[in-house]
Design a protein around this ligand. Structure first.
Ligand code: FCB
Length: 444
């Protein structure tokens, strides 16, 4: 593609930020919240690099008012957050926890008061531990428990929230939770992985139906981490590994959910768990495709993992994102084109952003995160190029509003536009926050 002239974003284009409950809320042991699989993961040896937990994190549970004030100051138009299932239903089903319900009421009202659209993700990886004790996503009943949770959320918040995502990054939590042991619950087994894929797909379909029937005017999507998978060093021996990882990572969820089919190898593997009528239950009409993207994956043969594939090295000399992830904005542009053509839905980029443990205030108290500004600049330009090529992208959410608990990396990575001093909870707008504010203003 030839280099495009500077793209002007349409005035209706939506500029947002994303967070998730376990990563920012803290208050893990307060006001009746139940345990999630991540509370347990954090207490498992080797579960998190720095041995940390989300117990306090950025304390958003108590400081959401200040955080919304800062969002408003930046000019952010939409806030994507997730609701913690174990805060609403401490045991995953049954008894409702009123203080948890009230917390999201306050959060939503405070957003609306500042004119910020609430975008609610139902599930961002924090399955109630009580449900995991019953098999979690490997248990087909989990789809029904999820639908009941979705109904509670829809009934309680659907009068004010209109944008819902059923799940965040299906492929990441199923693959790393049930096949490669990088996330909760840390199972490593092919059959568990396949069951989890199928049951999560069923839960998605059930969630869409619930939201559609209970929330008039709902705009419903699902969020996929879609990343091009390439064989490490372009070597033939890695091609098969890359193809299988591509099916698990990129196709296992949007294909059945939007096109009504599993890709060939998955169709074979999932057959034992498929019941009559399942595909119709999974493939329900949705309104948008949520894309989370950070960079391509280089795959290689790796017998230490159950599927025989693993993460390989980036090409020598590839720019590094600060987390060890390679920076290829042109791959992002091409992914947008591919997704637009394949799934034919409006796209929201629901996550994109840049980590880097080295963000720290200087002597003058400023956080000069030029690396993040450079990253966001080239990725937003790449998105503009895709739009110029005809892709229907409607909005962009930076990951993340705040520095927070970065799953297995604990607090060693900082993705925020806002620096958080985790000892004092002091917030400092990084230079990138000012840059994003100008970008938003510029495109209005
Ligand atoms: C995504 C997750 C998000 C955050 C970013 C850096 O895969 O959805 O919670 O961890 O990566």
């Amino acid at each position: 593609m030839k280099k495009a002239s500077r793209f002007v974003f349409p005035p209706k284009f939506l500029w947002g930020v994303s967070t998730s409950a376990y990563q920012v809320e803290g208050a893990a042991n307060e006001e009746g919240r139940g345990l999630s699989i991540w509370d347990i993961r954090c207490r498992t040896k080797g579960g998190v690099t720095d041995g940390s937990t989300g117990d306090v994190s950025a304390d958003h549970y108590h400081r959401y008012g200040e955080d919304i004030g800062l969002m408003h100051q930046i000019g952010i138009q939409a806030y994507r957050f997730s609701v913690a299932w174990p805060r609403l239903l401490p045991r995953g089903r049954g008894q409702v926890n009123q203080p948890g319900i009230d917390f999201y009421d306050r959060l939503i009202d405070a957003l609306l008061e500042k004119g910020i659209q609430p975008w609610l993700t139902l599930y961002h990886w924090d399955l109630p531990q009580s449900l995991d004790d019953l098999g979690g996503w490997t248990n087909r009943d989990c789809a029904g428990w999820y639908a009941d949770f979705a109904a509670l959320v829809a009934r309680r918040y659907g009068d004010r929230v209109k944008h819902f995502a059923t799940f965040n990054e299906f492929s990441v939590f199923t693959l790393f939770g049930y096949a490669i042991p990088w996330a909760a619950p840390g199972v490593t087994d092919r059959a568990s992985h396949l069951k989890a894929i199928h049951h999560v797909n069923l839960a998605h379909g059930a969630g869409v139906d619930v939201l559609r029937s209970l929330v008039p005017g709902a705009s419903i999507g699902a969020i996929h981490n879609h990343q091009k998978v390439l064989p490490e060093h372009g070597r033939d021996e890695n091609r098969e590994a890359a193809a299988l990882l591509d099916e698990h990572w990129n196709r296992a969820f949007p294909d059945p959910q939007i096109l009504g089919v599993y890709s060939p190898r998955l169709a074979q593997d999932i057959e034992p768990y498929l019941q009559a009528g399942d595909m119709a239950r999974i493939c329900r009409p949705i309104d948008w495709f949520g894309l989370n993207h950070y960079g391509p994956i280089f795959a290689r043969v790796d017998p230490q993992f159950v599927w025989g594939y693993g993460w390989g090295d980036s090409p020598p000399g590839a720019a590094d994102h600060g987390v060890g992830w390679p920076v290829f904005p042109e791959v992002f542009r091409d992914e947008l084109v591919t997704i637009g053509q394949r799934y034919k839905l409006p796209i929201y980029v629901t996550e994109n952003g840049c980590g880097g443990g080295f963000d720290a205030p200087n002597a003058a108290g400023q956080v000069l995160d030029e690396h993040r500004i450079n990253y966001l600049t080239v990725f937003i330009d790449a998105m503009g190029q895709a739009m110029q090529a005809g892709v229907d992208v409607r909005g962009y959410f930076v990951w993340s509003l705040l520095d927070n608990f970065e799953w297995g990396s604990g607090y060693t990575q900082r993705f925020g536009l806002i620096h958080v001093d985790f000892d004092t909870q002091k917030r400092t707008l990084k230079k990138s926050a000012g840059w994003y504010a100008a970008k938003i203003k510029d495109s209005q």
